[in-house]
Write a protein that binds this ligand. Structure first.
Ligand code: ATP
Ligand code: MG
Length: 572
């Protein structure tokens, strides 16, 4: 299996006119708008939204927008030329000014409500009205839907200004978090991990917002200063932005009989999910003719389970920790969404958690359990739609029951692949985890060095951030021998090594190397952002010696506990 990203099509769309013509809004045609909303989308204050699937809302344009970057890789895949990102009208639209659009593209975007469950427990405290009706996309506004290069995509501004779900906040995202989100999303794609995609990033040259953050070299757990930050809008793209929390919102309304159309709205949103994210797979599994909705739901449960368990196993593979894997941050399409509280594990720690608000339950190795809690909420939300079909309901429940076993299977599978083994070996794995923790290994460097299948531990020592004792070295040597003997049984060492290098990336997300990129970007210099984009878009490749010296190295120990580098409290 190779995790390299796919090849791309030749560019063809070069003007905004051509781009706007790709718009096709099936979502607005098939789902319900909030009946209390205004048609013009001038709807920017926190309020309750009682029904409907979306609220028409216009973004708030950035003042004096400037181009920061775009994803060249993704533009190519979509058949868009790179110049388009610099086109004045295109920039205007993707920095929030929809007045520059023309038909069939529409001058109004939309935001959606969703609910939140934390580790399987329903929460409404986050809603300012105490009802759950004020919670949803507070600063994410979708502005485009269309068929681009043969595939349907939705494009969503993040930081596009307040919506009815803003809960009194400003609806903005700062450049720091936008650069992080943009780069991380692109990086995840390059790693071969399903994700929403980075599209464009523009910053305001004159508008700032004040956010709590860390002073230089601060060891504080919580931010200790207020910083003025330029505001930015990044656009992300996905087949849909449906979250498990969104299904939950409609299920909760159904359960409480909130309004007469509640069950129908739940059915509609789940059908929409199938249409957008699972249609071809379900058609393939069931055949196109004579499918009942109940059959589709059972198949949906299977497919989502498969995607979610694979996703989380891949997060473990690449060292990613979502940090706040609640149901409102869990895409129902089974890909990574919301790069706010995330981080990548450098110095190995099973319970690594970069986000100070997240706690151990959302830490690195707890993600499979967090995923199960989200899957449970998905199951609970969709279940009422099967009330009339006992047979399908039983199958649906069985898929839910099987989550833990399926998850364990995926995790074991990924460990076997990471270690170049044909099957998971619990003893080898347990010993390794212990040794890795004791030696504080750099997660990425360790597995990359191991991918060369060395017979001596000296190469692996490059990844250790402590001096090891002779006893520990002996334990390592003995582990290495047992592991190597097992690998040898699996076949040709060169082939296994090549596969391991396609599984274990060389280039990692190192927060301390990202910090200078967003700091320089705040001063108007985007060159480091571009450089990182380039390095991180080929994470499995050997790159130049210069890049290796700069990016393939351990975090300086002085940065180990620095606020904003090793941990952060705020993702906005
Ligand atoms: N500055 C802000 N203004 C308005 N709403 C905000 C702001 N920051 C966060 N929110 C809202 O708070 C909720 C939870 O925060 P979270 O950090 O998950 O959001 P987010 O990073 O904006 O979300 P996502 O990537 O999931 O859309 C979301 O509904 C989000 O829209
Ligand atoms: Mg979120």
């Amino acid at each position: 299996m190779s995790y390299r990203s796919k090849a791309s099509a030749a560019p063809c769309v070069t003007t905004f006119d051509e781009f706007a013509r790709l718009a096709d809004y099936s979502l607005m045609d098939t789902l319900n708008a909030d009946p209390d909303a205004t048609i013009d989308g001038n709807d920017h204050r926190a309020r309750q939204v009682f029904s409907g699937h979306f609220v028409p809302v216009t973004p708030t344009p950035l003042a004096e927008p400037e181009y920061v970057t775009h994803s060249s890789t993704f533009f190519k895949e979509l058949g868009l030329s790179d110049e388009l990102a610099l086109d004045a009208q295109f920039r205007q639209v993707f920095s929030g000014d929809l007045s520059a659009t023309h038909k069939p593209m529409q001058p109004v975007g939309w935001a959606t409500g969703y609910a939140l469950s934390i580790y399987g427990k329903e929460f409404i405290q986050n809603c300012p009205f105490g009802t759950g009706n004020g919670y949803g996309d507070g600063r994410a506004i979708s502005v485009f839907e269309g068929i681009v290069n043969g595939q349907r995509w939705e494009m969503q501004l993040k930081g596009g200004g307040p919506t009815p779900y803003c809960r009194g906040a400003d609806g903005r995202a700062v450049l720091r978090s936008s650069v992080r989100e943009f780069l991380a999303q692109d990086y995840m794609h390059a790693l071969g991990v399903p994700t929403s995609r980075s599209f464009t990033l523009y910053v305001s040259k004159s508008e700032t917002v004040t956010r709590p953050w860390y002073s230089q070299d601060s060891y504080s757990l919580d931010p200790d200063v207020l910083v003025d930050n330029p505001v930015a809008i990044s656009t992300r793209v996905a087949p849909s932005f449906l979250r498990v929390g969104q299904l939950e919102l409609f299920a909760r309304r159904t359960r409480s009989n909130a309004h007469p159309k509640a069950l129908e709205e739940l059915r509609m949103i789940v059908s929409h999910l199938i249409e957008r994210e699972y249609k071809s797979e379900i058609d393939q599994a069931l055949g196109i003719a004579n499918q009942s909705f109940a059959d589709q739901l059972v198949e949906l449960a299977k497919r989502f389970r498969q995607r979610l368990t694979t996703l989380v196993a891949n997060w473990l593979r690449v060292g990613y920790c979502q940090g706040n894997f609640n149901s409102d941050n869990c895409a129902a399409g089974g890909f990574t969404l919301d790069y706010g509280p995330f981080g990548f594990c450098e110095s190995f720690e099973p319970w690594f958690q970069p986000w100070t608000g997240g706690g151990e339950k959302f830490s690195f190795f707890h993600q499979p359990t967090a995923a199960e809690a989200n899957y449970h909420m998905f199951w609970k939300a969709v279940r009422p739609l099967l009330a009339e079909d006992a047979g399908a309901l039983e199958q649906f429940d069985q898929v839910r029951q099987g989550f833990a076993a399926a998850m364990q299977q995926q995790v074991q599978n990924i460990w076997a692949i990471k270690l170049g083994l044909t099957e998971f070996n619990l003893e080898i794995f347990k010993q390794l985890m212990q040794l890795m923790t004791q030696s504080k290994v750099d997660y990425t460097i360790f597995f990359r060095e191991l991918s060369h299948i060395p017979d001596d531990i000296s190469a692996l020592k490059k990844s250790f951030s402590i001096e090891t004792s002779p006893q520990l070295d002996e334990q390592w040597q003995s582990w290495l021998k047992t592991w190597r003997d097992l690998v040898i049984k699996g076949g040709d060492l060169t082939e296994i090594s090549t596969k391991m290098k396609q599984t274990n990336p060389k280039y990692a997300w190192r927060e301390w190397l990202i910090v200078p990129a967003y700091q320089q970007a705040m001063q108007g210099d985007y060159s480091l952002v571009k450089e990182l984009q380039e390095v991180l878009s080929h994470p499995y490749d050997e790159q130049s010696q210069e890049i290796e010296d700069k990016y393939y190295r351990l975090r300086p120990s002085a940065l180990a506990d620095v606020g904003g580098v090793s941990h952060y409290s705020c993702s906005s």
